[in-house]
Ligand binder design. Structure first.
Ligand code: CTP
Ligand code: CA
Length: 226
């Protein structure tokens, strides 16, 4: 039934995967984060490892166990994730950025716990580095796979990300759809590829979705060799 796990078709391929949310500190007891649980990224790491790849996982805070035979780096902030990803990028064949990276962080991090005051509080936020966009600008031989988490205009936004970040594949999902998105064990995704073609996948487990994504990655690698 599952010939996939017996055929190590990504053998000797170095694959870097990011997963989970990031945490952006406000003060020693508070942070901004998002609803990502890391399940899609960990499923990708597991599937890639089953397919024989040399897998590095850079993960934000999750409650998930490290998949077998995966090199794990745990990080908290977008900045830490950026540093680890850049450290590994040169040596990678494929990068899959499933992490839900914060777009903004507090401009000022307080060293002591903030005390409440009367009236409203305004916190100033600044942009984080767009890790994937940076990879797109620096890519040489690497294949780049990004995610697009959307609630509306999915195809339009996903295709924009494919172009603006110089990606080979963007995996789009509607995070508000039942059976898809944050925290579920299943997903419903559409892959948009740089040649303009697309692959719409039905509801399936995140592990099966991961395998489908990796199959497309393998196709692109084979095309490049040919
Ligand atoms: N991403 C990243 N670094 C960031 C923000 C996003 O590497 N600072 C990556 C994500 O890991 C994902 C892709 O970019 O693979 C798209 O993330 P998404 O949040 O859907 O898109 P953004 O480009 O951040 O745009 P927006 O949130 O405005 O839709
Ligand atoms: Ca974003």
């Amino acid at each position: 039934k599952n010939h996939f796990s017996e055929v190590p078709y990504l053998k000797q391929k170095k694959i870097l995967i990011t997963a989970g949310p990031t945490r952006e500190k406000i003060d020693p007891v508070r942070f901004f984060t998002n609803r990502s649980t890391g399940k899609m990224g960990y499923a990708l790491a597991e599937a890639a490892s089953l397919a024989g790849a040399d897998v590095t996982l850079v993960s934000g805070p999750t409650n998930l166990p490290t998949p077998a035979n995966v090199k794990m780096f745990r990080v908290e902030s977008a900045e830490e994730m950026y540093q680890h990803v850049m450290d590994h990028f040169k040596y990678c064949d494929v990068v899959i950025k499933s992490a839900a990276v914060a777009d903004y962080r507090p401009k000022h991090v307080y060293n002591e716990k903030m005390k409440k005051q009367t009236g409203d509080l305004i916190l100033e936020l600044e942009r984080t580095t767009d890790i994937l966009k940076t990879l797109g600008e620096q890519k040489e031989h690497q294949l780049l796979v990004g995610f697009a988490a959307e609630t509306n205009n999915i195809a339009e936004y996903a295709k924009k990300k494919l172009v603006s970040k110089n990606l080979d594949i963007v995996v789009a999902n509607n995070v508000t759809e039942a059976g898809a998105g944050f925290g579920t064990d299943t997903n419903i995704v559409t892959l948009y590829k740089r040649d303009g073609s697309q692959l719409e996948l039905p509801l399936m487990s995140k592990l099966d979705a991961a395998k489908a994504i990796l199959r497309e990655v393998k196709h692109l690698m084979d095309e490049e060799k040919a």
